[in-house]
Design a protein around this ligand. Structure first.
Ligand SMILES: [Zn+2]
Length: 472
């Protein structure tokens, strides 16, 4: 229909600019996404972050690219530097509290995450590597960093030497001074710089989740996990890395220092970060205890996809305020939209509008996706299309097509069944009877259709029909 293929531009946190996407492998965009930590349930703030790679893959595929997405499962420790120095290992804390092994905890919460992801229509990644399965690759990377002068070992613990990597701090725009000021708590005096981060931690008193290594028994730091899994699965040059805004520092800053420290070149083409979800003015966070799980919203009677609808109203990079009032509005709007799609797709005047009328909408939709996933613009276009004078059939087919990206199940309210045998002929006869103003005949045919389970209503644009749901 005279579609244009727009140039895709994505905002790169590293350069603070929108940049043209130029995939390393022609036509295939390779994406690594920091995934869930599986010692607790994810909340809708986490899920908003995971919507970013989902929208990215859906948009790129809609625009004709292939994608290969990796999302890791952090089933080892998840030791941020803060908690690390206090010796708190969240996986082990959960294991102790719930009287289960770390493996049982991880399996349980991984399954819960997959459930939530499915309810939110997050398309499945090509790979879900578990950190615990990549310990040998992490050990190799740490060895290479020591050999290249980027890391040092003290007493069985290996630290990254941030002074050896001049670009450290570039992603987060942290200067070494600021990094120093940001160090909290007690610092291991054996560190060369207080900002040096842990690559490998000596096991100490730990008895669970401990692996042998050239530096003695221990376990990996959180950051090295993502360097190992991303490069193992996507190679040492891939296109896009996603995560939450709270991953920029220290997690992704450390990942750059590690991956580039080993390879000696740029590994990630574009860093994309999802904005935080706010609740009553504060960041939604597990640690702060102010969060909603998707299943809680489900139990309150909201369609889980109403959260998706809500999230689509804001740019992925901006903070988004969450409220149950906002969610209720999204829920109503979503159900309403589905009803209209159902009505339009069963409209008797099933003629498509001309390509020339539809193409501008399609091209604008594509342009919105290509402009750094401008979903608010895409949703504004949904509203504009809804109120346009395109034919009902054209509206329905556009929206169902766009739903490949939106992921809102817009065709859910459509009648599952097609018209029963005999109904099309009755509808046609009734249409003629109405045109001839033979209302007695028209009413009789309506009753006959009702007997077949087909409800007909007359609108200014002609007959509309709906097939009653079969009774169980
Ligand atoms: Zn990560």
């Amino acid at each position: 229909m005279g579609m244009t293929t727009p140039t895709v531009r994505l905002y790169n946190t590293f350069t603070r600019a929108k940049e043209e996407l130029r995939p390393v492998g022609a036509g295939v965009v390779r994406i690594y996404s920091c995934g869930p930590t599986v010692y607790r349930y994810v909340h809708v703030g986490n899920l908003r972050t995971f919507m970013l790679p989902d929208l990215l893959c859906r948009s790129l595929e809609y625009l004709g690219y292939q994608t290969e997405q990796v999302m890791n499962i952090t089933d080892v420790g998840h030791l941020t530097d803060d908690t690390f120095d206090r010796g708190e290992d969240k996986m082990l804390v959960s294991a102790r509290l719930e009287n289960k092994s770390p493996e049982q905890i991880a399996a349980y919460y991984t399954a819960a995450f997959m459930d939530d992801a499915a309810k939110l229509n997050l398309n499945r990644a090509a790979h879900y590597p578990h950190a615990s399965q990549y310990i040998p690759q992490m050990i190799d990377l740490i060895g290479a960093l020591i050999a290249r002068g980027h890391a040092y070992e003290v007493g069985g613990t290996v630290y990254y030497d941030i002074a050896s990597f001049p670009a450290y701090g570039k992603l987060s725009r942290n200067t070494t001074d600021k990094l120093l000021a940001g160090v909290r708590g007690e610092v291991d005096p054996r560190k060369r710089h207080p900002g040096d981060f842990t690559l490998w931690k000596a096991a100490g008193a730990h008895r669970l989740q401990v692996w042998p290594s050239p530096w003695g028994p221990g376990f990996p730091g959180w950051h090295i996990e993502c360097s190992a899994m991303s490069m193992s699965l996507l190679g040492d040059r891939f296109d896009i890395h996603t995560g939450g805004a709270d991953n920029v520092f220290p997690h992704h800053e450390a990942e750059i220092a590690q991956s580039e420290g080993v390879t000696g070149h740029q590994v990630v083409g574009c860093w994309m970060h999802g904005g935080l979800l706010m609740l009553a003015g504060a960041r939604m966070a597990k640690s702060a205890g102010n969060f909603f799980r998707l299943s809680e919203l489900d139990e309150q009677g909201f369609d889980p996809l109403a959260f998706r609808f809500l999230a689509l109203q804001a740019r992925y990079r901006t903070k988004l305020n969450f409220s149950t009032e906002g969610l209720a509005g999204a829920d109503r709007a979503l159900r309403n939209l589905r009803e209209r799609v159902a009505d339009w797709s069963t409209d008797e005047n099933n003629v498509d509008s001309g390509d020339a009328e539809v193409a501008p909408y399609e091209n604008r939709f594509r342009a919105a996706l290509a402009d750094d996933l401008d979903m608010p613009a895409a949703m504004a276009l949904v509203a504009r299309l809804t109120h346009s004078d395109l034919s009902p059939a054209a509206k329905a087919s556009r929206l169902v097509s766009w739903d490949q990206v939106l992921g809102l199940d817009l065709d859910r309210a459509r009648p599952a069944a097609t018209l029963p045998d005999g109904a099309p002929a009755l509808l046609e006869a009734r249409g003629k009877a109405r045109a001839a103003k033979d209302f007695a005949m028209s009413d009789r045919l309506r009753d006959e259709l009702a007997g077949l389970g087909v409800t007909v209503t007359d609108t200014a644009e002609g007959q509309r029909w709906r097939v009653a749901k079969p009774r169980p």
